[in-house]
Design a binder for this molecule. Structure first.
Ligand code: ATP
Ligand code: MG
Length: 256
């Protein structure tokens, strides 16, 4: 049975999508069966997995509105080695269209139940908001992976996310936990980043993943080739860090 993880942080541009696609590729590399779910109307994780969001006949939008099953809507990314449930701009309308639907926050959870046995990991790339879409992700997940940059305001933004996760845990999904905080775009030469990193560890202890993802230009270049860095340039420092992170995740789910 797959373990389901949201990659979430309501702050924009912190590395959610980069983490989702590279973790997916890293997990595939170490032999795990992975479904990557794009829950962001920007469709970056879809494109970054080599799937053209404009060409998709069915997306997560159809799944959330129950006009298609995941089995019908998912596609295989051969190059990346994992399955993709894609998204495009259409998904932005789902929020409004689902307003009158009962149990709307459980739509994704219900849909995933049908394919959960076919995977080891299901990773959900969340949009930069605490919206109905993110709520669907949090309701479906066992855990949340929070990528963050070690910057001054990073801790402040974390409070909102932690409170939301606590609320979802209390009211909608008792399975939900923060699996860990992932330090991304890390530059050890910057003293402030070291300090924030130390603060994070002091505050959150073993909830901070051991793996640190460095700032690495190859990770930023890869999406323009429709590939995660792990596939685009496996030798790059950033790619190696994500494969290491995949291994850490495999170990960590044994303790869940
Ligand atoms: P959004 O909130 O818009 O969904 P996001 O949190 O998904 O953004 P990404 O799109 O993954 O963030 O990353 C933001 C930018 O930072 C992208 O241009 C990406 O290529 C770059 N980036 C992410 N991680 C790294 C890294 N480790 N090194 C260098 N660049 C990175
Ligand atoms: Mg993103």
């Amino acid at each position: 049975m797959a373990k389901i993880f949201c990659v979430a942080n309501q702050k924009g541009g912190v590395g959610k999508t980069t983490t989702t696609v590279n973790l997916a590729a890293g997990l595939a590399k170490v032999g795990q069966r992975v479904l990557m779910v794009d829950l962001d109307p920007q469709g970056n994780a879809t494109m970054g997995s080599g799937v053209d969001k404009r060409q998709l006949a069915l997306t997560i939008y159809d799944v959330l509105l129950e006009s298609a099953s995941i089995n019908e809507a998912r596609v295989r990314s051969e190059k990346c080695g994992y399955d993709v449930l894609g998204a495009n701009r259409e998904l932005a309308g789902a929020e409004v269209e689902m307003v009158d639907i009962e149990r709307r926050e459980k739509r994704l959870k219900t849909a995933l139940a049908e394919v959960q046995a076919q995977y080891d990991f299901i990773l959900i790339d969340c949009p930069p908001s605490l919206s109905m879409l993110t709520l669907n992700g949090l309701c479906a997940a066992h855990g949340v992976v929070v990528p963050m940059q070690c910057e001054y305001f990073a801790l402040e933004g974390l409070t909102d996310l932690v409170n939301t996760i606590k609320q979802v845990h209390a009211n909608l999904n008792p399975d939900l936990a923060i699996i860990g905080l992932l330090r991304v775009m890390f530059d050890p030469r910057i003293t402030l980043q070291q300090q924030v990193s130390d603060q994070l560890k002091a505050h959150f202890g073993n909830k901070v993943f051991d793996t640190v993802i460095p700032r690495n230009v190859r990770l930023a270049e890869a999406p323009s080739y429709g590939l995660p860095g792990v596939v685009f340039d496996p030798a790059a420092k950033g790619s190696q860090a994500y494969v290491e992170f995949a291994r850490e995740m495999v170990e960590r789910i044994k303790t869940l």
